[in-house]
Design a protein around this ligand. Structure first.
Ligand SMILES: [Ca+2]
Length: 195
């Protein structure tokens, strides 16, 4: 549901699908699973240039940015699936991923100073039985370091049945020290069974 980040929630207040951005909390169907003392992922429109992101949505007018931070804090979102996934079945979905080369944002430790979030990340997909439940790591992408949107196919076969998917940005695996990086996400496909 809301795979292209275009739909506002029922409690959306002043959220306007052709204008306002930045307010993840007003996005329909998605739950923020990041640290409660950090800001949630950011909703962008194609024209707003928020955080110095100049990218245009790959589908519709909105897309999401998610960041990893040098304070060992990563962003993640989850969604309850319309139909639970079955154990031992193989599935896939596709989505558009990119990175913003010059993203800038303040952090809780930067005292209002804007820092560069210009490093690349990977995307990890977990499944679980409730919002934000990272019961099982299903799959992860390679490093997403191109500025142009790239269609990425994610395939997995879960050991257990699950009702929720969780998408998490994470540091380049060989790098054990945290850094500031970003990933842009848009245009998720439905989940398909691999026959
Ligand atoms: Ca979109």
């Amino acid at each position: 549901m809301n795979p292209s980040f275009e739909e506002a929630g029922s409690d959306s207040g002043q959220f306007n699908m052709t204008g306002k951005s930045g307010e993840f909390g007003h996005l329909s169907s998605w739950t923020n699973c990041g640290d409660v003392n950090q800001s949630p992922p950011t909703l962008h429109t194609s024209e707003d240039g928020i955080f110095n992101v100049k990218t245009t949505a790959s589908h519709g007018d909105h897309f999401l940015s998610m960041v990893v931070r040098d304070i060992e804090s990563v962003e993640r979102i989850s969604q309850k699936l319309i139909k639970p996934l079955e154990a031992q079945m193989s599935y896939y979905l596709e989505l558009d991923l990119a990175m913003a080369a010059k993203m800038k944002s303040a952090t809780t430790r930067s005292q209002g100073k804007e820092l560069s979030f210009d490093r690349a990340c990977i995307l990890r997909v977990y499944c679980g039985m409730s919002d934000c439940d990272k019961a099982e790591l299903l799959t992860q992408t390679s490093l997403i370091e191109q500025e142009d949107w790239t269609r990425v196919r994610l395939e997995w076969s879960a050991k257990q049945a699950c009702s929720h998917l969780i998408f998490e940005v994470f540091y380049d695996i060989p790098v054990l020290q945290g850094y500031n990086g970003n990933m842009l996400i848009d245009n998720l496909s439905p989940i398909y069974v691999i026959e």
